[in-house]
Design a protein around this ligand. Structure first.
Ligand code: MEV
Length: 310
């Protein structure tokens, strides 16, 4: 058996504004991963994807028209790109990343699966090709993504992201600690992105300054992160969250966890990802991380994770 994987991600600054070409910052969460394990099978068996968490076994054929299944579609796209026939193998998928939570579980599963399909036919997709492929899959299923999720997940490095621009890796001057709190409420990114679009179309003069300010926050955060003064990110997180609230993508569950984290001593906190549920992040002093994680769990967070950005 050969194992392939891809990490979760969190967006530190700039979600939603990223869709409008504003800069955003995202980092991988390497301790939370999606896995795709390739088990070779007897000649003639064909390719099967076992999604263990969803209790699904899916046959993959080149001509299958199951376009409504993201996993089959991903495998087909990889085979097409590599001009390969389906190998005789079962690919078993598992994931530690909560679904519909803003942590990029869909893009991470697609990335791990694409790597596994390529591996099963004895090939490797370079990161640039893989990133484009996963972006196309994201577009097919999620409407108008900016590309930030696939980029940070495929390259597994902190990025300063501007839609359509070449990759800009971000160097972390001084490592810093985040606590991620999962509300347990599904946040459907496609819906939240569509609602922000409707808001923008209805009142561009009101929404444009909000998106512009979020972009400026990302620019300021980039400098702070690179020069190694992460505590100075705290007020930017608070302000970014207020602006996301103005875009209507916060939720009572997110507000609650943010308040709990701040009351427990976090330096700053905001929602992360599409919002409307999903996850929040809190910037914390390392010695307080455990305490804040416990406070979030006591307050009803479904999961809480500690991660160091480095
Ligand atoms: C989702 O993780 C981030 C959003 O900005 C959408 C996108 O950029 O594709 C909400």
């Amino acid at each position: 058996m050969t194992s392939y994987s891809a990490p979760a991600k969190v967006i530190l600054f700039g979600e939603h504004a990223a869709v409008y070409g504003k800069p955003a910052i995202a980092v991988p969460v390497s301790s939370l991963r999606a896995f795709a394990d390739v088990h070779p099978e007897k000649h003639g068996k064909g390719l099967y994807i076992e999604a263990l968490d969803l209790a699904q076994v899916l046959p993959v054929t080149v001509n299958s028209d199951l376009m409504d299944n993201a996993l089959i579609y991903t495998a087909q796209q990889v085979l097409k790109k590599l001009m390969a026939h389906p190998p005789d193998a079962t690919i078993k998928l598992t994931s530690q990343i909560p679904m519909a939570s803003g942590l990029g579980s869909g893009a991470a599963v697609s990335t791990a699966l694409a790597r596994a399909v390529a591996g099963a036919v004895g090939k490797k997709l370079d990161d640039e090709t893989l990133n484009q492929l996963i972006f196309n899959i994201e577009k097919f299923y999620h409407g108008t993504p900016s590309g930030i999720d696939n980029t940070v997940i495929v390259y597994e490095r902190p990025v300063y992201f501007i839609k359509g621009m070449p990759l800009q890796p971000l160097s972390i001057g001084t490592p810093f600690t985040l606590v991620i709190g999962d509300t347990g409420e599904a946040g459907i990114t496609r819906v939240a992105v569509g609602d922000v679009r409707a808001l923008y179309d209805a009142n561009p003069t009101k929404i444009t300054p909000i998106l512009d300010e979020i972009g400026i926050i990302s620019e300021q955060a980039k400098i702070i992160i690179e020069t190694g003064n992460p505590d100075d990110l705290a007020p930017l997180m608070t302000r970014n969250h207020e602006l996301l609230r103005d875009l209507t993508v916060s939720a009572l569950s997110l507000e609650k966890l943010i308040t709990v984290a701040m009351d427990a001593g976090a330096l700053g906190a905001k929602l992360s990802g599409g919002g409307r549920g999903g996850n929040m992040i809190a910037l914390v002093q390392p010695h307080q991380a455990q305490h804040i994680q416990d406070a979030l769990l006591r307050a009803g967070a479904k999961n809480a994770f500690i991660t160091t950005v480095k």
